[in-house]
Ligand binder design. Structure first.
Ligand SMILES: *[C@@H]1O[C@H](CO)[C@@H](O)[C@H](O)[C@H]1NC(C)=O
Ligand SMILES: *[C@@H]1O[C@H](CO)[C@@H](O)[C@H](O)[C@H]1NC(C)=O
Ligand SMILES: *[C@@H]1O[C@H](CO)[C@@H](O)[C@H](O)[C@H]1NC(C)=O
Length: 117
């Protein structure tokens, strides 16, 4: 009887701690939303940047890594998307970001690689 209860408790823990239950860091979700709002996405390339789970839902150009049970944005790759705006400073809130690649609209210049801060 005790053993059954222990097994049940263990199962419940496993369900809650299972890696697939990981969620995106809410600070980073807000940062990505701020970036999208500022970037001037005239062709709606980031139309799937919706909801609260960029890592689980796979947002365009966003690559995540699970670090200590939380999904963190570690890479942003936004190539040739003809953005017209600018980069929101909230980008700095993506504290685990290691790679970032983005081209500007006019010159196709490399705007930035790696960390900006
Ligand atoms: C990013 O972090 C700064 C400093 O903590 C904060 O003021 C700002 O509101 C954050 N941005 C977003 C979009 O949450
Ligand atoms: C994960 O958590 C452990 C224990 O709190 C800490 O020592 C380690 O540095 C963390 N790893 C990362 C990548 O943050
Ligand atoms: C995006 O910009 C590139 C380079 O300026 C241009 O060749 C391309 O036609 C643009 N795409 C759209 C959909 O306007």
């Amino acid at each position: 009887m005790f053993q059954t209860e222990a097994t049940l408790v263990l199962l419940v823990f496993m369900i809650f701690l299972h890696p697939s239950e990981c969620v995106s860091d809410p600070v980073e979700v807000r940062a990505l939303q701020a970036v999208r709002n500022r970037i001037g996405d005239v062709f709606d390339r980031l139309s799937n940047w919706e909801g609260e789970d960029p890592c689980g839902d796979v947002w365009t150009g966003v690559i995540c890594t699970t670090i200590n049970g939380t999904d963190h944005v570690t890479e942003l790759t936004l190539l040739n998307m003809n953005f017209t705006g600018s980069l929101a400073p909230d980008l700095g809130n993506l504290t685990q970001l290691v790679i970032m690649i983005m081209f500007t609209r006019r010159s196709q210049q490399l705007l930035s690689v790696s960390r900006l801060w």
